[in-house]
Design a protein around this ligand. Structure first.
Ligand code: ADP
Ligand code: MG
Length: 690
């Protein structure tokens, strides 16, 4: 009773808009604010004589308003003249409120900061920052920080909040001095010194070093960040080493050998090597955490099937998850074809399969009758329970969202025995990322394509040459081959200039009246998609117009021509994936990149890269060059930048050092190491585990 009265009397304070904006940015603890660093600085520590000002420079002056009036030529504006005794300066405001006029009255004393222009009528500043001051108002003794701010989170609010946090937050030193790197043989500053300096640099600090982040104070902070990241990876690795997984021995004459014998081809050397690496992992009693990377078409699926065979032979169930229904279904068909003749029950689980059929599949998985479950994200949904899950395989793992990867983690964790995990990707991880974010991952690479493939020839056409492309399609079809035509969008959206798949489908159907032309897009019901896909796979349908739903993994060996419309709108990795859909059979294949001129700088760079190489690793390298590592591996979509301050390329020296000292730090100072991870990654640890 008294409790409720008290609650009513003091309603919870509603948070203000800037408070909410800070929370959204992860600025919650004092230490978060202390580590929210300026992007640049304004020098308000000095006043200049108006007579000395040069056009083009940023300057601060102080003077008295001599005149203030609204003029109408060339347009309505407020024109204020100030004088500091050396000369006059004109302040021009094209947008202003009555309150401005009030503040800028004749006789007012102003401190003004802005860019100087040598105007026709003398020196002037357009829209300078200004504030009224009394005579002898002291100047700040340090540079003024400018923080990344927004409309909801104004600069002034942020400055005050950060200054308050800096005064309160003891920026504890967590790193023993012996672990710190040196910079040109000089020790780096302490963290407290570094943070203080970066927020409020003393006048005379070299702005260049502060702004390009090469200053020792920046180095100190970036090292902390990189070390925190290395320590968290090391912790994850050690944590995993304590888990127990089922040890699966590959028996001579076992299921995987029978599968090998039944395949219509022999494995490439690279496939044999990675399969052996995986088999060794599976035999251990610690969970495998391995990425299998290999270019599009390098034959990852059969390697996955062999891993599954080892697990199943040892009596463990296996789950295979793919990012789209079409891809999952293709895996399902292939695995059924390979494994059912050998007596393995395969279940099929997707979001679109509902009701009794789904219940039956779930039952077969729960009873252990199905030893292999293939599907989309639905494979790991709550109501799917495995009798004995021993191996999880995730195809095109980077295509899954962070949330889905976390779901998988949760599904795998918490059993008596932790399943082994094999991830597959056609997008190689750049070396620097492999050293940081994926340090806790073993990598196997298939660096060789199956024999007999003719490299795809790539041609770049302006879309004014569509007729030539149509003629080419007619040729291919006449020779009994198949054609993909990929469009970027399903329906006319605000980009009216985008050719949509529907219109293209109609156009191609008209141009090829005797040929079956299909349409596949993301908004079609799954059953319809499957029907179209099976007509194309079966060869009856010769031309398939599709949006990017076909992007990942689809395998139709009879297809020899890939046309990508508005190629300039696709990313490089995507283009490479799409191109990988052709060149899978013996026929020489062509990829035509149609673009709508004029082509921008990055568009040009991407298309050129496509024409110059078919090597997925080279493509990934160029992609990184064009985009930068922050956008890599879907990190962008998650809304979290990988690193806040450090740059993997520019700071590789710091990264190496952090890598070297992380084990010693964690062993000798476990509490400080944990505190460091908390300080830097508290809001990100979930993301990093995904
Ligand atoms: P990806 O690595 O892109 O997933 P897939 O596993 O889909 O590639 O394989 C592409 C095609 O190559 C499939 O048709 C597959 O059956 C075939 N393939 C895989 N390995 C070999 C091999 N060693 N020799 C010949 N063909 C192979
Ligand atoms: Mg694949």
């Amino acid at each position: 009773m008294p409790r409720s009265t008290a609650t009513l009397a003091t309603p919870a304070p509603r948070s203000s808009a800037p408070q909410r904006a800070m929370k959204k940015l992860g600025l919650v603890r004092d230490i978060d604010l202390a580590l929210h660093l300026p992007i640049r600085y304004d020098d308000e520590t000095r006043l200049r004589r108006i007579a000395d000002l040069q056009g083009g420079e940023m300057a601060q002056v102080e003077g008295e308003v001599r005149a203030s009036r609204v003029e109408f030529r060339p347009r309505r504006q407020l024109v204020v003249r100030i004088d500091d005794g050396s000369a006059e300066l004109v302040l021009r405001f094209l947008h202003f409120y009555p309150s401005h006029q009030k503040t800028l009255h004749e006789g007012a004393r102003l401190r003004v900061r802005g860019e100087v222009r040598g105007g026709f009528f003398g020196r002037e500043m357009v829209h300078p920052a200004f504030r009224p001051v009394r005579e002898e108002t002291p100047l700040p003794s340090t540079l003024t920080p400018v923080y990344p701010a927004s409309a909801e989170l104004p600069q002034a609010y942020l400055r005050k909040a950060i200054a308050g946090a800096l005064a309160r937050a003891p920026v504890d030193e967590l790193l023993p001095a012996s672990l710190l790197p040196t910079l040109r043989n000089a020790p780096l500053p302490t963290l407290r010194e570094a943070v203080q300096l970066l927020h409020h640099p003393p006048p005379g600090s070299t702005l260049a070093g502060l702004e390009d982040r090469s200053h020792p104070a920046w180095q100190r902070l970036k090292f902390e960040e990189l070390l925190a990241q290395q320590v968290s990876q090391l912790q994850a690795q050690r944590q995993r080493a304590t888990l127990i997984a089922p040890s699966m021995q590959a028996r001579p004459g076992g299921l995987h050998e029978r599968l090998l014998a039944a395949l219509p081809f022999t494995l490439t050397t690279a496939q044999r090597r990675v399969a052996a690496e995986i088999t060794q992992d599976l035999a251990r009693a610690t969970p495998m955490h391995r990425l299998l990377q290999g270019d599009v078409g390098s034959g990852k699926t059969v390697v996955a099937a062999l891993a599954a065979a080892v697990a199943i032979d040892a009596g463990w169930q296996c789950a295979l998850m793919a990012p789209t229904e079409i891809l999952a279904e293709q895996h399902f068909r292939r695995l059924v074809q390979w494994l059912e003749p050998l007596g393995v029950g395969v279940a099929w689980l997707t979001g679109s399969r509902k009701g009794r059929a789904r219940a039956q599949m779930i039952e077969r998985v729960a009873s252990g009758e199905a030893m292999l479950a293939v599907g989309t994200h639905a494979v790991i949904q709550d109501n799917v329970v495995f009798a004995r899950l021993g191996l999880a395989i995730v195809d095109e793992q980077h295509r899954f969202g962070v949330a889905q990867r976390l779901d998988l983690r949760r599904k795998l964790a918490g059993h008596m025995l932790e399943p082994h995990l094999l991830m597959m990707s056609a997008t190689p991880i750049p070396r620097t990322l492999a050293m940081t974010y994926y340090a806790d991952l073993d990598v196997s690479t298939i660096d060789e394509l199956p024999p007999g493939r003719t490299p795809v020839v790539t041609k770049i056409f302006a879309d004014t040459r569509r007729d030539q492309v149509l003629a080419r399609i007619r040729d291919e079809v006449a020779q009994g081959r198949q054609v993909y035509w990929v469009c970027p969008l399903v329906e006319e959206s605000e980009h009216v200039d985008l050719q949509n798949a529907t219109a293209t489908h109609a156009e191609l159907s008209r141009a090829l009246p005797d040929t079956m032309v299909g349409l596949l897009h993301g908004r079609m019901p799954p059953a319809e998609k499957a029907a179209v896909m099976s007509l194309f796979t079966g060869g009856q349908m010769r031309v398939l117009v599709a949006t990017t739903v076909i992007e990942v993994g689809v395998d139709v060996p009879g297809a020899s021509l890939m046309v990508i419309e508005h190629a300039e709108r696709f990313g490089l990795a995507q283009l490479h994936q799409l191109r990988g859909r052709v060149g899978r059979g013996a026929a020489a294949s062509v990829c035509v990149l149609l673009y709508a001129p004029p082509l921008g700088q990055t568009g040009k760079a991407r298309l050129r890269a496509m024409a110059e190489t078919t090597d997925g690793f080279e493509i990934a390298r160029r992609d990184l060059e064009i985009r930068g590592p922050g956008e890599f591996m879907g990190a962008r979509q998650s809304g979290d930048a990988l690193l806040r301050f450090a740059d993997l390329d520019a700071d590789s020296g710091l990264l190496q050092h952090a890598r070297r000292v992380a084990p010693r730090f964690l062993d000798d100072h476990p509490q400080q190491a944990q505190a460091l991870v908390q300080r830097w990654l508290a809001s990100r640890t979930e993301f990093l585990k995904a």
